[in-house]
Design a protein around this ligand. Structure first.
Ligand code: DAK
Length: 263
């Protein structure tokens, strides 16, 4: 692949968007390669993904403005669909995805981060939806995911003004969960991913599905979704081992069941 690198460290997969000369802007090739990379993740041996950008300046500086500038209406729609499909694939990917945002996350960059489960960033990170300044609306789900992530009022302010915000403000409004120095960011992301990957993998997957699917429906239906996914866990080795060890008060054994087995 030309623009994506993939590295596996134990149960954690690290996807890096590697187009630093264009500040990792998303062109069609990047989107296609990202889609292919996600298709190829070995889900039997991977429990958490980290998504980051190459270099120390930018996570993703948006969709590629050069490529978009000459699109016809039909081509614009096709480009939008390509992006939306891969962003949705990330959002509904069976295992958690952590965005390690190491610099600019503008336009499509902010949008791809919001398609991930968890966002953490470096102190030089800058977020924004500058599309209205380019004569377009956010096209990769920004109007929807930003409002759901930081609330309607703050999302509208960011989108209508096109104003960028820095890492401290992103933390204050809940767009990111934590801010680290540039040097610390990847270690923090790996530590978080490793903590997640030491827990029962089917339970973690079911939690993601319950949260995502439950948010799309009313509370009565959401609770039914949770019940079903909770019930599924009782067919797993992890549930038997995890609860058995607790009841036996066997701390040694408790450690030994890590890493958990799959169903
Ligand atoms: N696209 C293409 N190239 C980009 C780019 C981008 N978004 N951002 C940066 N680059 C390139 C620059 O052109 C430059 O290339 P060279 O001139 O060296 O060849 C190189 O990266 C370095 O950038 P700068 O020289 O500008 O670096 P600075 O440090 O001075 O400034 C910056 C960094 C991030 C502030 C600046 O590059 C910037 O403002 N970039 C654009 C940010 C932006 O507006 N992003 C949002 C793009 S709009 C849709 C679906 C999705 C979308 C739209 C439609 N449909 C449904 C169809 C999404 C839209 C967007 O994301």
């Amino acid at each position: 692949m030309e623009f994506i690198t993939y590295e596996q460290q134990d149960f954690v997969g690290i996807i890096t968007i590697n187009r630093p000369k264009a500040l990792n802007a998303l062109n069609s090739s990047v989107l296609e390669e990202l889609d292919k990379t996600l298709e190829q993740v070995d889900l039997a041996n991977t429990r958490c993904l980290i998504l980051t950008g190459a270099g120390d300046k930018s996570f993703v500086a948006g969709a590629d403005i050069g490529e978009m500038s000459t699109l016809t209406k039909a081509e614009g729609e096709a480009f939008g669909k390509k992006g939306n499909d891969v962003f949705r694939k990330l959002e509904t990917f069976p295992i958690p995805v952590i965005a390690a945002i190491n610099g600019f996350a503008l336009g499509g960059g902010c949008e791809i981060a919001m398609s991930c489960d968890i966002r953490i960033c470096s102190d030089n990170a800058v977020f924004g939806q500058p599309e209205v300044g380019l004569g377009i609306t956010p096209g990769f789900g920004g109007t929807q995911r930003l409002a759901r992530t930081v609330g309607v009022g703050m999302a509208k302010q960011m989108i209508y003004t096109g104003r960028n915000i820095k890492s401290d403000e992103a933390f204050r409004i809940g767009l990111v969960n934590a801010v680290y120095s540039q040097e610390e960011l990847m270690d923090a992301a790996k530590k978080l991913a490793s903590t997640i990957s030491m827990n029962a993998p089917i339970a973690v997957r079911n939690c993601k599905k319950a949260i995502n699917d439950g948010l799309q429906v009313d509370m009565d239906a959401a609770i039914v979704i949770e019940e079903k996914l909770f019930g599924d866990c009782f067919e797993t080795e992890d549930q038997k081992a995890g609860m058995g060890n607790f009841l036996e008060k066997d701390k040694e054994k408790k450690l030994k069941i890590v890493p958990f087995q799959n169903k």
